[in-house]
Design a protein around this ligand. Structure first.
Ligand code: ADP
Ligand code: MG
Length: 714
């Protein structure tokens, strides 16, 4: 019987165990996050060179993008100015010669030498009697004509300094050769049912395909594997979260829910109604609820959660609702507090800003059960927060929390029901992929009573259009948001370069706003643009009580125009705010912009959103992205567009557990694989919950490795 250690050992050996991987190359590989043999063989090609679509030199049309395959005749370096190196390589085929030209890339001269067979891709120009390509992408296919094999499909792997594509290919091939008897972790019955290639064959064919058909088969097998493993992992994690106690069957009757509904100033939409009914059903059942409520900003998730909270409290237990920000946590009290009061349910809000004496009171109330409901932030996870009988955990904007945080809160109420909510309206297949461990309820439509929002794009030079709209709204007594992602960079400095540098810093996790510059911006607007109105400022840098105060003043209408960084992204609810101006809109992702604009038209007035942006002439991607916001208000559709344009992992944010293991899956196109992997994982775990059966040893080992510590920290 294979032990967990022996199965797949070769895969988990350090990458230096592969021939040719010297210490130096290992260092270079580490930059690509390749540390083990597994990492190397899972470093899939980014694309493939398709020789069926190359052009001969004679046929290569001026002005067109083409790939030419030929042999290097000679390589020369020119230095017309001290800091300008020009590398030129002449490449010939049977029909003629073409020049590849690289500026300020002296290392090209070292990479290239005569006799090499190359594929060169770029735009054809014509100068000094030669066809040329300026700064083309060049691939060395072989060191000589004898060695080059043009009958094959050539993979192009991502590389890094110190490892050429040719070397990367060789290293991957060598690693694959070393995996002579690689076991297959997929249970045999699944493999046969779907006629999947063996893992070993799939790995070979995805890197060095015999044909496009073989490559597609390989991808299907490996994509299924990614999905299947992720499902198993998520389901196992959830099972671990639930251990220790039986579920709580909530037993409050329908009349409390009826009373709750009658207190609301509106009737629930059909979808809200359906979602709440399912939740109530789950909570009354004697099994643990694991449900996710997905709905765009403004679809009314909070009141649905409110119903669940009422049910928990009226059943004699307690509920905790956790938000990623202080502002949001306070808003639950504002939206639900009065209903709870009416129903005689005690509640409080606990955040890191809660004064010590108040905190002590809340903790003792939760511990002795006199306090039924608590809204809060991460502060709820603290060790000394103890509940008498926590039976419902609600987590809002769940993608902002790690798995451990969710588990930590749940651990305070063994057997408690879980309701997670997200305003990232992702398509069902993606929800199934990433939250395969949860049942999903969707809120697709906003309450009909909500007025529409119009979105417009204005250039920076025409900012005044947006200012004018804001002034008009203020005159009517409304309020406005001005969102500045680049608060911290003065208006003058808001060049592309400054923006890019800032983006890098933000990407590196740095808090973006320096308070001073933000204050300057707010002051500028207050003095020069909205002289007769009150302009307030809210940034991520401010201390919690300060933020809280600003929010309250905006809420109360003391502040007319709120200048903010993206802290308002999550869930601020001020119905009187009707205009939003988003500076530097091209810096935001589609889903984020959509989230932001969800802050307006939350009351009875229609909303207006101005996206201030000047997409570069040649940047059609950005122009189309922004245009999509003008054209549709359907968050699910926008999420799909975001998904098509980017990699799944990006859309989900790296915090989503396991998202980074999806390398080959294309969620939208792989819907069928997703569903199958989900059902298969469930069936396996039903039969063998901890994967202890001997035929699952390989599978168990695989999960341990794929979802090891390193992956989870990401
Ligand atoms: P979400 O949390 O999904 O962004 P909220 O729960 O904050 O949305 O609801 C947005 C706004 O819509 C709130 O002001 C809420 O009172 C209101 N609302 C919720 N449900 C309805 C409904 N069925 N009819 C009318 N208004 C509603
Ligand atoms: Mg909300």
């Amino acid at each position: 019987m294979p032990t967990r250690q022996s199965v797949g050992e070769a895969l988990d050996a350090p990458v230096t165990s592969v021939r040719y991987v010297t210490e130096k190359r290992a260092e270079a590989l580490a930059r690509l996050d390749i540390r083990t043999v597994r990492d190397l063989v899972c470093h899939y090609p980014r694309r493939y060179l398709d020789f069926s679509r190359t052009a001969t030199v004679a046929d290569a049309e001026i002005g067109k993008e083409v790939t030419v395959v030929g042999t290097i005749a000679d390589v020369s370096v020119k230095k017309p100015r001290p800091r300008l190196d020009i590398v030129e390589a002449g490449v010939y085929d049977k029909t003629g010669i073409i020049l590849g030209v690289w500026f300020r890339q002296p290392w090209m001269a070292r990479r290239l030498s005569s006799g090499q067979v190359v594929a060169m891709s770029g735009k054809i120009s014509f100068d000094y009697g030669f066809k040329r390509m300026n700064s083309p992408f060049i691939e060395i296919i072989g060191e000589s004509e004898e060695e080059a094999d043009l009958s094959r499909i050539i993979p192009v792997h991502g590389t890094t300094e110190g490892i050429s594509t040719a070397w990367m290919r060789r290293l991957v091939a060598t690693a694959l050769d070393g995996l002579a008897d690689l076991p297959d972790p997929l249970p045999a019955e699944l493999r046969f049912r779907d006629a999947f290639m063996s893992r070993k064959e799939a790995l070979r064919q995805i890197h060095f395909p015999k044909s496009a058909g073989q490559r597609d088969e390989a991808r299907r097998r490996l994509a299924y594997e990614e999905l299947f493993f992720l499902q198993l992992e998520l389901m196992r994690l959830r099972a671990a979260e639930e251990t220790g106690a039986g579920a709580i069957a909530h037993d409050a009757g329908d009349e409390v829910l009826e009373r709750y509904r009658s207190l609301l100033p509106f009737t629930l939409t059909e979808e809200q109604d359906a979602a709440l009914s399912r939740i109530v059903e789950d909570m009354r059942a004697s099994s643990v609820m694991n449900r996710m409520l997905l709905g765009d900003v403004g679809t009314g998730k909070t009141v649905v959660a409110g119903g669940a909270i009422v049910l928990a409290a009226k059943s004699g237990h307690q509920a905790a609702m956790m938000a990623p920000t202080e502002v949001l946590a306070r808003q639950y009290g504002q939206s639900l507090g009065t209903y709870l009061d009416e129903l005689g349910i005690t509640w409080a809000t606990l955040t890191s800003a809660t004064p010590a004496s108040e905190r002590a009171e809340i903790l003792s109330g939760l511990a002795d059960g006199t306090l039924s409901v608590v809204f809060g932030t991460h502060a709820l996870i603290e060790d000394d927060v103890v509940f008498k009988s926590l039976s419902l955990v609600v987590i809002d904007e769940q993608h902002r929390f790690g798995v451990e945080q969710r588990a930590a809160l749940r651990a305070k109420g063994p057997g408690s029901d879980l309701l997670v909510m997200t305003a990232t309206p992702i398509p069902r297949t993606l929800a199934l992929t990433l939250y395969g461990d949860l049942e999903c309820s969707f809120l697709r439509t906003r309450p009909a009573s909500r007025p529409p929002t119009t979105t417009r794009i204005v250039s920076r030079a025409r900012r005044d259009i947006a200012y004018e709209a804001i002034r008009a709204a203020l005159k009517e007594g409304r309020q406005a948001y001005i969102i500045c992602p680049l608060v911290g960079v003065s208006r003058k400095e808001r060049t592309d370069e400054a923006a890019r540098e800032l983006e890098d810093r933000i990407a590196a996790g740095e808090e973006l706003a320096t308070l001073k510059a933000a204050q300057d911006e707010a002051r500028f607007l207050g003095e020069k643009v909205f002289a007769t109105s009150e302009v307030g400022l809210l940034t991520g840098r401010m201390k919690a009580p300060e933020k809280q105060e600003v929010m309250q003043r905006f809420y109360d209408g003391d502040i007319d125009v709120l200048v903010a960084t993206t802290v308002v992204e999550v869930g601020i609810d001020v119905p009187n705010a009707t205009v939003m101006m988003i500076e530097d809109a091209e810096r935001f992702g589609l889903s984020q912009l959509h989230q932001l604009r969800g802050r307006v038209s939350r009351g009875q007035y229609p909303g207006q959103v101005f996206l201030v942006a000047d997409p570069a002439e040649d940047d059609t991607e950005t122009a189309e992205r922004l245009q999509a916001l003008v054209e549709t208000d359907d968050g699910f559709e926008l999420a799909e567009r975001d998904l098509r344009a980017r990699r799944e992992g990006d859309v989900l944010g790296s915090r989503q557990h396991g998202a980074s293991t999806l390398k080959l899956v294309q969620v939208l196109d792989d819907a069928e694989l997703v569903a199958r992997a989900h059902d298969d994982a469930r069936a396996i775990l039903e039969a063998d919950p901890d994967l202890s059966a001997s035929e699952h040893a390989g599978l168990a080992h695989e999960l341990d490795e794929v979802f090891s510590e390193r992956q989870m920290i990401e």
